[in-house]
Write a protein that binds this ligand. Structure first.
Ligand code: GLP
Length: 241
């Protein structure tokens, strides 16, 4: 794992832009994309850049069950609002949160992933170490599936919704098996509430109790952290940008 510690998430976005530009330069055409507060500065840098994705495919990690693509808190809406409005892709895939047959929708998404090999996968991390919506206990070889979100994740997401009752309790998520297929993975984390998860991911045992710890077994992972997220690492500060 290459660990890059930056001053703040603005600097992190600039470092992430370099990773995207390098991927484009080596011919990557399929990008795995993530949502949440973390990648916002990365998307702002991509929007401001001269990178062109009209020859590329995007595949998002996950979507809430029950939210339509035009719901302001859906991940489809997020992606349009933060990236696609300015940087359209040749095709962009997200799970359909309104699918009447979730099992069929998961199978469709697995076929999308089988048809398009991800060259660069962007990830955030949950406070409990989840990636995508693969909560603790998710199998490392998992495929796309419907998830019951944990109370910790529901609480973390509540800030985006007007009322607690509005926070979705379920999601459709790519599995860890598919995430691990990507040629390169870029994980970003900012803020002290991610420090414990980052420490467990990088320095703890590889265990399904900390889904992100599986990344220790991936040969090409870049981790961009601010100092607060890196604070619990024994290697903190070994690299900077
Ligand atoms: C959700 C998303 C994840 C994201 C996580 C952290 O659970 N499904 O992809 O990494 O939130 O979100 P944030 O970046 O807002 O802390």
């Amino acid at each position: 794992m290459q660990i890059i510690v930056v001053k703040d998430k603005v600097a992190g976005g600039k470092a992430a832009l370099k990773v995207f530009a390098a991927a484009k330069a080596r011919g990557v055409k399929v990008f795995g994309l993530a949502t949440g507060g973390t990648p916002e500065t990365t998307y702002a840098e991509l929007v401001a850049s001269d990178l062109d994705f009209t020859d590329s495919i995007s595949i998002n990690l996950d979507e809430y069950v029950g939210l339509a693509a035009d719901h302001p808190q859906s991940y489809a809406y997020y992606m349009h609002h933060h990236l696609f409005f300015a940087k359209p892709f040749a095709a962009s895939y997200l799970p359909n949160g309104l699918a009447t047959d979730p099992a069929a929708e998961c199978a469709r998404y697995d076929q999308v992933l089988a048809d398009h090999h991800v060259g660069l996968q962007l990830l955030g991390i949950g406070r409990n170490g989840h990636i995508g919506f693969n909560e603790p206990g998710s199998p490392f070889d998992g495929t796309t599936h419907e998830v019951a979100l944990t109370p910790s994740t529901i609480a973390a997401n509540a800030r985006f919704f007007a009322r607690p009752a509005d926070v979705p309790k379920r999601a459709l998520s790519m599995g860890i098996g598919a995430i691990m297929q990507a040629d390169q993975i870029l994980l970003e984390a900012y803020g002290s509430d991610k420090a414990a998860a980052i420490q467990a991911m990088i320095e703890g045992p590889v265990t399904t109790a900390v889904p992100a710890s599986v990344l220790q077994q991936h040969p090409n992972v870049i981790v961009i952290l601010d100092q607060a997220a890196a604070a619990k690492l024994s290697v903190a500060g070994q690299a900077s940008a």
